[in-house]
Design a protein around this ligand. Structure first.
Ligand code: ZN
Length: 312
């Protein structure tokens, strides 16, 4: 495989690949069971204990829109504050940022849907209006000294419009990059992407936008291509990937779908490729059993079923 870039220090451990853990937010938000606050805090504690350095812990979407995340302030008040562990909150608008600022959040993840229909259904604004709002949020968050990520949702396909033109995604990526976020994340919100799309996006992002902001990907395993997509990103030197412990979550547009790519399975791949993530699989894997009990169903991650290799 090609170079994966210089090792960079994320505070806790020197890592090759940063896994952004999204189970407390994207995972739990898309489960039918709403966990009590203390279980959410316990999940975050387990993730921190396993060596996770970046955790998307909460969403500051309106509680009526996302009831499962209504206790964002309480969750943030309960999470362990550990050197080198950074907590992110998902933000849709300035009002969400105002809520987030009081909670000790380290990062904000601002979302713009590149499909107009998705953006209107999800945020009640067009893609252009969402991008304008994101500009305000990124500027305000940067002024507060927060790390900022701009996520382009539905970059690989839309549940309402179907195919999304890569040119359209790149145009929004260019506008998004001009807002000055630290990261730009291309999200396969509904899990339809394939590795060839990933490689094309990675190449085009490099040649048409450059290496700033840092490119990050968010994959779902809805149709079984999630880990293949992660591998495609790794081949071209991408260093930041989202994943959720146990692979929990789902997709609001596909009721029976599984969730994000499983952190367990991604870290197994990274370990076997000799890429350091700072996450200890032996400590992470029991989280799947914890989540299965909390959610009342088996979780999609494969590694905890089969066991690590070679055995510890
Ligand atoms: Zn997602």
């Amino acid at each position: 495989m090609g170079p994966v870039g210089a090792r960079h220090c994320e505070g806790r451990a020197v890592v090759d690949i940063t896994v952004v853990e999204v189970s407390p937010r994207d995972g739990l938000q898309n489960e039918s069971v709403v966990l009590p606050t203390d279980a959410k805090v316990s999940l975050v504690q387990r993730l921190v204990d396993a060596g996770t350095s970046r955790i998307e812990a909460v969403s500051f979407a309106h509680p009526k829109l996302v009831p499962a995340m209504a206790d964002a302030e309480e969750v943030m008040a309960g999470v362990p504050r550990v050197d080198g562990v950074s907590y992110a909150g998902l933000i849709l608008n300035r009002r969400g940022l105002e809520r987030a600022l009081g909670t000790g959040i380290d990062e904000v993840n601002v979302v713009v849907g590149v499909s107009d229909t998705f953006s209107r259904r999800n945020q009640n604004v067009s893609s252009d209006e969402a991008m304008d709002a994101a500009g305000d949020v990124v500027a305000a968050a940067r002024a507060e000294g927060l790390f900022t990520t701009l996520t382009l949702a539905t970059s690989f396909g839309c549940p309402f419009e179907g195919e999304i033109s890569p040119d359209r995604v790149l145009a929004y990526a260019e506008r998004g990059a001009a807002l000055g976020p630290d990261e730009l994340c291309l999200a396969d919100t509904i899990g339809v992407g394939t590795p060839n799309q990933v490689r094309t996006f990675t190449t085009r992002m490099r040649t048409e936008i450059g290496t700033t902001p840092v490119l990050r990907y968010h994959f779902h395993n809805t149709r079984g291509t999630g880990i293949a997509n992660a591998y495609a990103a790794l081949l071209d030197g991408v260093t930041v990937l989202d994943a959720s412990a146990g692979g929990i979550g789902g997709c609001p547009f596909a009721p029976n779908a599984t969730g994000n790519i499983a952190t367990d399975d991604l870290v197994y791949l990274l370990d076997r490729m000799g890429l350091e993530s700072g996450i200890d699989l032996e400590r992470l894997m029991p989280t799947s059993a914890f989540l299965a009990v909390q959610l009342g169903h088996e979780v999609p991650a494969l590694l905890p079923r089969a066991g690590n290799f070679p055995p510890a």
